[in-house]
Design a protein around this ligand. Structure first.
Ligand SMILES: Cc1cc2nc3c(=O)[nH]c(=O)nc-3n(C[C@H](O)[C@H](O)[C@H](O)COP(=O)(O)OP(=O)(O)OC[C@H]3O[C@@H](n4cnc5c(N)ncnc54)[C@H](O)[C@@H]3O)c2cc1C
Length: 491
């Protein structure tokens, strides 16, 4: 069983930010976004692209400069939720002390930057590190936490998470097949196989990987105890970074998404997280109150292990707000066929559709965050809402971005607006965090379970009255109807 976190009211209070301080935090964050993030977006992208031409990928200079500033302004580690912070013991004090509900608001503000993760990277709130840090906080031993969690929280190193494999459908985590064998003599695991799409692995700042793989290859063992999660230092011999995978033609340097070959990669037995065969348990916990930063690390629901936590959905809402804001300015400036765009009915329909969709997404996200805070991740309604949010928010934001692009005309697909990036980001998210269909499948299965205790369940259908007969085949018709039938047959 996953260790249960018993959190006393005293501990909660000690790690939680009170309302006034939270309002102050939001104000300071908005100020920082305006003074340092938005004005540097183009520079950040340019410096990142310059990195693509060689193989020694490191943070861009502007990222490092802004990280220093964010840290000094205490706009740092806001992601680490109260419960994970408590689990991490004294190291939890390095977290921001926010509830999931509070972090939902922070994430939306961070998400108004483009590229989506720019502000999150600057403030040490970016995937896959956030999810990895939560796993270490909740399941790491004191030694594992000291070695990896502390430098991650300090922003001195980065991490990656390796689950997806080219040869199997990885949206079903039970398919994961990379082999992790035991060498009893040397007390080491030996890893052989291949992974791909491993975000962050190519950065030279990335020092640690959490790898999900098969420690029990027998075909008759319990399927949900066949996988383990293991800490693999990135400088372990036998790891070959083969190539960065492109998303829509971009290699996303210097973070990137790598295809990786593992050839006799050896790590100590002590590197296993939580215990051998408990990989799925970690995934289940990773969805936990650590994260309705609603949509990305390791949501485990039936057969799904998503790689991220829920932060992406929150950020996606920020992206939609940015797109709508640009669009509302544009329609008041341009004219066609004698009218301002803002007077064209279809444009007005598009704008109000965007607004209602953003509001609905936000309500879903906030509701899920509250459920995470109040009931935890094992609650059935929480789990269902998380799945729905993960499927619904990215595709809705994609539709919103699409509308905004259309209203901008040619400019909408150009480099002069962030709209194309927003559109592509939402599109990629619909796969990167586990495909839409898998989240919807999970939500539907949970719905079938929830319906079993619905107060509406036993109401049933209306009872048909089968005592009365409409008419029989050999029943004579009335003379008037017969006349009409005869007239019709003469036509
Ligand atoms: C930008 C990016 C970053 C990523 N980063 C990471 C990372 O850091 N670490 C990592 O391990 N992985 C990462 N991934 C991989 C990502 O998580 C997987 O691509 C995703 O889980 C889908 O797995 P798959 O590619 O094997 O597709 P498959 O499992 O082969 O699925 C293909 C398609 O089949 C359909 N499908 C699957 N199941 C169902 C179902 N039950 N019902 C209906 N249709 C279904 C869906 O349409 C799905 O898109 C990343 C991917 C991208 C694009």
């Amino acid at each position: 069983m996953i260790p249960t976190l018993i959190v006393s009211a005293f501990e909660q209070t000690a790690f939680t930010m009170e309302a006034g301080a939270f309002e102050d935090l939001k104000t300071r964050l908005w100020t920082f976004m305006k003074s340092d993030i938005y004005p540097n977006e183009e520079l950040f992208r340019r410096q990142n692209h310059e990195m693509a031409s060689h193989t020694e990928w490191i943070h861009s200079p502007i990222l490092m400069e802004l990280q220093q500033k964010a840290k000094s302004l205490k706009l740092w580690n806001m992601f680490l939720p109260v419960d994970s912070a408590i689990a991490a013991g004294e190291q939890g004090a390095l977290g921001g002390g926010l509830t999931n509900r509070q972090y939902a608001e922070i994430c939306e503000i961070l998400g108004t930057s483009t590229p989506t993760e720019f502000a999150s990277e600057v403030t040490n709130c970016t995937s896959p590190d956030t999810g990895n840090m939560e796993v270490l906080a909740r399941y790491g031993t004191p030694a594992q936490r000291a070695q990896w969690l502390v430098p991650l929280l300090q922003g001195k190193i980065r991490s990656c998470y390796a689950m997806t494999e080219p040869q199997v459908a990885s949206s079903d985590a039970t398919n994961i097949s990379i082999n992790i064998a035991r060498d009893e003599a040397r007390q080491e695991y030996v890893i052989n196989g291949r992974k791909w799409w491993i975000t962050g692995a190519a950065s030279l700042h990335c020092k640690i990987m959490i790898l999900m793989g098969r420690t029990d290859s027998s075909s008759d063992g319990p399927i949900y105890q066949s996988q383990s999660q293991i800490l693999v230092p990135m400088d372990t011999p036998g790891i070959t970074l083969l190539r960065p995978m492109d998303t829509f033609g971009d290699d996303d340097s210097p973070k990137g998404h790598m295809e990786i070959l593992f050839e006799d990669v050896r790590v100590s037995f002590a590197n296993v997280l939580l215990g051998e065969g408990r990989g799925f348990e970690i995934s289940q916990g990773r969805l936990g109150p650590g994260r309705i930063h609603v949509s990305l690390l390791l949501a485990f629901q039936s057969n799904l292990v998503s790689k991220y936590d829920d932060k992406h959905c929150m950020r996606a809402i920020g992206q939609a707000e940015r797109a709508l804001s640009l669009t509302c300015q544009r329609v008041q400036e341009r004219k066609a066929f004698g009218k301002k765009f803002s007077q064209l009915d279809t444009v007005l329909q598009d704008i109000s559709n965007c607004r209602v969709e953003i509001e609905m997404c936000r309500m879903l996200v906030h509701r899920a965050a509250v459920l995470m805070d109040e009931r935890g991740n094992k609650d059935i309604e929480t789990r269902q809402l998380l799945s729905l949010v993960k499927a619904h928010v990215p595709r809705t934001v994609q539709t919103i971005a699409d509308r905004c692009i259309q209203i901008h005309g040619g400019m909408g697909v150009s480099q002069d607006t962030p709209l194309a990036l927003i559109f592509l980001g939402a599109r990629v998210l619909r796969i990167a965090d586990g495909p839409d269909e898998v989240h919807m499948r999970t939500a539907a299965k949970l719905e079938l379970q929830r319906q079993k205790s619905s107060p509406l369940r036993d109401i049933g259908y209306y009872k048909p009255d089968r005592t009365k007969i409409f008419r029989k085949s050999d029943e004579p018709v009335s003379p008037e109807t017969q006349l009409k039938l005869d007239a019709f047959s003469k036509l």
